[in-house]
Design a protein around this ligand. Structure first.
Ligand code: EPU
Length: 418
């Protein structure tokens, strides 16, 4: 496919209302969960993203028929006919790993491949594997190939860190396991709650999702359901940060303000007016912004690592200095080089980054180093003098549905050129 780029003319404030797409990090585990159901599933508000298409190709390979139209993914599920996922499919997206728990649980024996590291550094899955072993799985790992077998039974599991992916994989393995599974120190991200609500709608028995102890009582079977995917809180954070940095006033509709408290709190510290009402967030920004003193990424309900790059871009022209500390991933500052090339003053030392606000950024050619790094470049481009060209859009397209269309509807000057 020809290489595309986004061409952004900076300096235009954002104004207007937008609706938020369905959450990538929720819909992907929901698609893995379909493996557990023995009836059809319909996912509404399903975002049109390359990672969603990759997950639906895996489901098709396993024996389902997927069709996607107008934000609705319909999965005809006549039963899972394969218990192996080819290496190339596993490598297409990191979150293919959430097929591990459900495929083993459904088939009793399966083969898949480690998804590998990614732009954010090494991505071990030791917690996923350890938990499945404790539930009775035998796991053989050779050169990245995983062979798993065993009938799973519930037990008490203690996670050393509240990993989102491990919590999801265990929940997915446990719903059809024998007896009760209790996940202690579980991740509390809103996507965990969404997964539990979906599974419950299919007949699973789960309590405590959204707290640090999730309890799952195994059931015999899961039926199908029609389910509306939760709104994407990081996409909402992206457009809020963009409006904060570019100036203007926006209303974000169809989002969940409680899930975004850590982000809206920082935007308030920066001088934005933020009002939340039911499923809407209004933000007004009069430039210049003021730097928030300190942003430390933490598991939910702390400040999300996925919003770190976004807020860093919004800080480049803020008055004062902000110190960021990334505690979740080893390598999540790859956007910094390009921000510096645009004129930002950022000092990096290990897990810390200090941004000193500058008077201006200037447009140049930058690239999307990873999904959120790409979104950060979009934000920087909206605030820079002149033209910014953003390349390597495949990263951005993994998580954002038509970002140029959304930003144009808010008055940004932005075009995709192929
Ligand atoms: N970790 C381990 N061992 C494990 C599992 C995780 O050491 O077995 C480490 C990871 O290497 C990382 C930390 O624990 O340093 C957190 O990882 P976690 O498992 O919580 O993250 P994840 O499930 O791999 C999801 C999102 C990420 C998001 C993180 C944190 C999906 C598909 N991905 O990843 O989203 O940053 O949770 O909230 O849900 C993104 O959307 O751009 C993205 C990267």
């Amino acid at each position: 496919m020809a290489e595309s780029k986004l061409v952004i003319e900076g300096g235009h404030p954002l104004q207007g209302e937008i609706r938020i797409q369905g959450a990538k990090n929720s819909v992907l585990p929901l698609l893995s969960a379909v493996v557990l159901c023995d009836e059809d599933v319909v996912l509404e508000r399903c975002p049109a993203l390359s990672d969603v298409y990759a997950a639906s190709r895996i489901l098709t390979h396993l024996g389902c028929r997927c069709s996607f139209r107008d934000g609705k993914m319909e999965i005809r599920n006549g039963g899972i006919s394969r218990s192996e996922i080819p290496e190339a499919m596993m490598h297409e997206m990191r979150s293919s790993i959430t097929f591990l728990g459900p495929l083993l649980s459904r088939t009793g024996s399966c083969t898949l491949y480690l998804p590998g590291g990614c732009e954010l550094g090494p991505r071990p899955i030791d917690m996923h594997l350890h938990a499945l072993r404790q539930m009775g799985a035998e796991i053989h790992e050779t050169h990245g190939m995983l062979r798993l077998q065993g009938r799973l039974r519930g037990t008490d599991l203690y996670l050393p860190f509240p990993s989102v992916g491990a919590t999801e994989n265990i929940m997915l393995a446990a719903v059809l396991a024998q007896g009760q599974t209790r996940i202690h120190n579980a991740a509390r991200e809103p996507e965990i709650r969404d997964l539990a609500e979906f599974l419950a709608a299919c007949g699973a028995k789960i309590s405590g999702a959204g707290t640090d102890t999730v309890i799952i009582d195994g059931v015999e079977r899961l039926h199908g359901c029609v389910y509306r995917v939760m709104p994407d809180r990081i996409v909402a954070a992206t457009y809020l940060s963009a409006a904060a940095a570019a100036g203007g006033s926006v209303c974000i509709q169809d989002c969940c303000p409680e899930d975004l408290t850590a982000v809206t709190e920082v935007l308030r510290q920066m001088g934005c007016r933020v009002y939340c009402h039911e499923s809407r967030i209004y933000l007004q920004s009069s430039l210049p912004l003021h730097a928030a003193p300190y942003i430390r990424t933490m598991p939910h309900p702390g400040f999300p690592t996925d919003a770190q790059a976004l807020l860093m871009a919004a800080h480049c022209k803020a008055r004062g200095s902000c110190m960021f500390e990334e505690t979740i991933f080893d390598s999540r500052y790859r956007h910094v080089d390009d921000l510096i090339r645009m004129g930002a003053d950022i000092r990096l030392s290990g897990r810390a980054a200090v941004v000193h606000g500058v008077q201006k950024l200037s447009g140049t050619t930058v690239h999307a180093t990873d999904l959120r790094g790409g979104a950060a470049m979009l934000i920087a481009g909206l605030t820079a003098d002149g033209i910014t060209e953003l390349t390597e859009l495949s990263h951005l397209d993994r998580g954002y549905e038509d970002p140029e269309g959304v930003l144009r509807s808010l008055g940004a000057k932005i075009e995709r050129i192929t």
